[in-house]
Ligand binder design. Structure first.
Ligand code: KG4
Ligand code: ZN
Length: 327
């Protein structure tokens, strides 16, 4: 079975075609991402209206290129999948309507996908369940106990800023590019600082990163940017380790899967080696169309009610709210 996946949840127009033998055995045939980094850097972040127009401009090109890479025609595709939430409404509708229209034209299934579930499903294999998913992106910092497909329980989440957001906002204040994570990671390599900032919500299974963000912002100008970036990464690692230990204590589960854009940070990965953590390939950590096709395949395989469902696009629909509705 070949599925097409589209993600337009933020500032990347991503289209992929994936061929599936079964849930854990699949190949990427085409994978295209048209980013908006230079425009977002110019604005210091993502402006929804601007991003939406760029998605509209780029979606056809991304689709054509992905089809060309995969060397397939529209009739070879067995289903069309697109992110419906969470994310920027004006961006999401572009990818959602594109995939929905293709499904109508071809009379093939349409699967609206949840962005966060897709981030985690792209990285699972048959042997990992049950596990703790650590989803760290520009909008989310969550630890979830995942017992089976569709059986997810929030163990820890951020009350305010997400980890990726802290990277982005600190980078912006330093005049670096957007998204900030990769710039912070590079700059931190030039520092040997082992400074640790205040750990968020110590000894509790919840997170808050706005204090850490403020602490970093206040340091700008007083310490070198390199040292601030290193201190930020050190503190995130220390907090991550603390929450991972608490998660193991609470659930008895010690296998982790870390995904989302921040999971592509190599310093983070190297620093967590004492734990049993699995990661997707780096290109599948940041937003991509492959994860949407994979997520769509899970729903088709399990014949959930998401298949051919029309959804309210946009908003902040949490994963736990989402799973209440799809069985
Ligand atoms: O998953 P993602 O591509 O989009 C969202 O769903 O938000 O994650 C984007 C986030 C951004 O905040 C970006 O700064 C962060 O992932 N990120 C990183 C790195 N690469 C991307 N954070 C830290 N280190 C990185 N190397
Ligand atoms: Zn994402």
């Amino acid at each position: 079975m070949k599925l097409l996946g589209i993600d337009c949840s933020c500032d990347d127009t991503s289209v992929a075609i994936v061929e599936f033998d079964n849930l854990y055995d699949w190949r990427i045939l085409g994978d295209v991402r048209i980013g908006q980094e230079s425009i977002s850097t110019m604005h210091g972040g993502v402006i929804p209206e601007v991003s939406s127009r760029l998605h509209l401009k780029n979606i056809q090109t991304a689709f054509d290129q992905a089809m060309q890479q995969a060397n397939v025609s529209i009739n070879d595709i067995d289903g069309f999948c697109a992110t419906f939430a969470p994310g920027l409404l004006s961006s999401l509708v572009i990818g959602y309507n594109f995939a929905f229209t293709l499904s109508k034209i071809t009379s093939k299934p349409f699967v609206p996908c949840h962005h966060i579930e897709s981030h985690l499903l792209v990285a699972v294999n048959a042997y990992i369940w049950p596990f703790i998913a650590i989803i760290v992106s520009g909008g989310h910092s969550i630890m979830l106990l995942c017992k089976a497909f569709g059986d997810y329980e929030i163990i820890c989440e951020s009350l305010d800023d997400a980890i990726g957001e802290v990277f982005d906002k600190v980078a912006r204040a330093m005049g670096l590019g957007f998204p900030g994570g990769p710039y912070i990671e590079q700059l931190a390599k030039q520092s040997n600082s082992n400074q640790l900032l205040t750990l968020p919500c110590r000894n509790q299974l919840r997170w808050s990163f706005s204090g850490l963000k403020t602490q970093c912002l206040r340091m700008i100008g007083n310490e070198s940017n390199e040292d601030i970036c290193m201190a930020l990464q050190n503190t995130i690692v220390a907090s991550m380790k603390e929450k991972m230990r608490l998660c193991i204590e609470k659930t008895g589960v010690n296998r982790f899967l870390m995904c989302g854009g921040v999971a592509s940070n190599m310093f983070l990965r190297e620093s967590l080696k004492e734990f049993n953590v699995q990661y997707p390939a780096k290109n599948l950590c940041v937003d991509n169309g492959v994860m949407i096709a994979v997520s769509g395949f899970y729903h088709l395989f399990h014949k959930t009610s998401m298949v051919n469902k029309l959804c309210d696009v946009g908003g902040r629909l949490s994963l736990t709210e989402f799973i209440k509705n799809f069985k």
